[in-house]
Write a protein that binds this ligand. Structure first.
Ligand SMILES: CCCCC/C=C/CC(=O)SCCNC(=O)CCNC(=O)[C@H](O)C(C)(C)COP(=O)(O)OP(=O)(O)OC[C@H]1O[C@@H](n2cnc3c(N)ncnc32)[C@H](O)[C@@H]1OP(=O)(O)O
Length: 395
């Protein structure tokens, strides 16, 4: 740099300080790269934090994820100058807003804040303890699946999101059910981690608009739902729901396809379809009226009536209700005894009970999915989903 005046060199350094990370400066006779080491966190710290982010075990929640996203963009690209996404593109709009809000934060400061935020998330998780999965556990992202004492247990495992079912989770559930139907267990149990059984369809499934547009998204979701419900209709062994807390939407409707439903006293059952501009699925438009009669089914499926475990038991949707305090011990003692019964006898008896209806159930599933594809494209449904996310200052 000695061949340039001090003033010129100072000007280049000033530009360099303001430059986005990784930018290359061409100065006569030299090439300078921004390294991020000028102040605050170094590029190395930043890259380490980026790598650590992928190792977090707990989902930090949408609010924090937005912050991380915005800091990352600000640190690597500087202020947001991309066009604002449309109103209905909820996820991208929220991301854009978060990035835009950091307009006045310098890239160095954003990098430092990013590193500090990731550090705080990592330390909040405590020291990493390697816990080997049980021998019979299968690897899924959002489910815990184990086989023990003749029982395959499929556990919804997104407690921080109340076990809402993402698109990938539907696929995992289909796989887990197929596997459980063929493994050497006698019965299969579905239950939830945390305080919820399941909050139904993850409403984010309908917020990002993929390539191919919303028509394709609705069609693909319809196909996925059809296969998901089919996995219950065709399930060959006794299938038991252990409803450990509130259940919503699609996690309730498929209960009509289970053989036994045990619920803890504080569980509730809610199918808010009209509220969401949607229509029933999981064969509930057929199984609910059959189980509880048209009038009671209509209260649940048309008018969003949330019922308690005891009410659901009186309606015939739930087999038995247990006190919260003894729910787990009573239910699992009973299930372990069931799993000692002769497996072939159980499977064949189930087939006798269910086979007469299979064809009908598949036809109902097809019709429900067809109606839902149309509903998902309706203004009523889009507005309802938008309301859910707008009601909360989070995604
Ligand atoms: C292939 C597609 C098939 C589609 C099949 C269609 C099915 C239809 C249905 O399933 S309809 C039912 C849809 N579910 C809902 O409408 C429930 C929406 N959620 C809620 O009403 C509430 O979150 C709650 C009552 C389940 C829990 O309320 P609570 O106040 O106790 O907790 P939070 O709201 O703070 O929830 C914690 C975080 O979990 C996120 N979350 C919960 N449920 C869902 C969901 N269904 N979809 C997306 N996200 C959900 C919530 O947003 C919080 O996240 P955050 O911490 O990041 O803010």
């Amino acid at each position: 740099l000695s061949c340039h005046t001090a003033k010129t060199v100072q000007k280049w350094f000033d530009q360099l300080k303001e430059a986005p990370a990784s930018q290359v400066f061409r100065i006569p006779g030299v090439q300078l790269h921004t390294t991020g080491a000028l102040m605050g966190a170094s590029v190395e710290d930043f890259n380490n934090a980026k790598a650590q982010l992928g190792t977090l075990k707990k989902d930090p929640g949408n609010h924090v994820k937005l912050k991380i996203y915005a800091l990352f963009k600000q640190a690597t690209q500087g202020p947001c100058n991309t066009p604002k996404p449309g109103m209905l593109d909820f996820v991208n709009k929220a991301k854009w807003d978060a990035w835009k809000s950091l307009e006045s934060v310098s890239q160095e400061e954003a990098r430092q804040q990013y590193v500090d935020l990731i550090k705080s998330l990592v330390s909040a998780e405590g020291p990493a303890v390697a816990t080997p999965p049980p021998e019979s556990a299968q690897a899924f992202q959002s489910l815990l699946v184990t086989t023990e004492d003749g029982i395959t247990t499929i556990r919804f495992n997104r407690p921080e999101k109340k076990n809402a079912i993402t698109l990938d989770m539907y696929k995992e559930l289909i796989d887990a059910l197929h596997h459980a139907g063929k493994d050497d267990s006698v019965i299969t149990v579905m239950t939830g981690s945390g305080d919820f059984y399941c909050s139904g369809n993850d409403l984010n499934n309908f917020t990002g608009i993929p390539q191919g547009g919303i028509e394709k998204m609705a069609k693909d979701s319809g196909e996925l739902l059809k296969h998901y419900v089919k996995a219950y209709i065709d399930f060959p062994k006794p299938l038991i729901a252990v409803v450990n807390g509130p259940a919503l939407g699609v996690s309730v409707t498929v209960l009509g396809l289970f053989d036994v439903v045990y619920a803890t006293e504080s569980a509730t059952f809610h199918t808010p379809f009209s509220q969401l501009g949607q229509s029933p699925e999981g064969c509930s438009s057929y199984t609910f009226p059959k189980i509880m009669g048209n009038a009671k089914a209509s209260e649940m499926l048309l008018f969003n009536k949330k019922v308690t475990a005891t009410e659901a038991c009186n309606l015939g949707l739930v087999t038995e209700v247990f006190p919260d305090g003894s729910f787990q011990s009573e239910v699992w003692t009973r299930l372990k005894a069931y799993a000692k019964l002769p497996p072939k006898s159980l499977a064949l008896s189930k087939q006798l009970i269910r086979s007469k209806e299979k064809e009908k159930l598949h036809a109902v599933n097809d019709a429900e999915v067809e109606r839902l594809i149309e509903r998902w494209l309706s203004d009523e449904c889009m507005q309802a989903i938008m309301n859910f996310f707008q009601a909360k200052p989070k995604l």
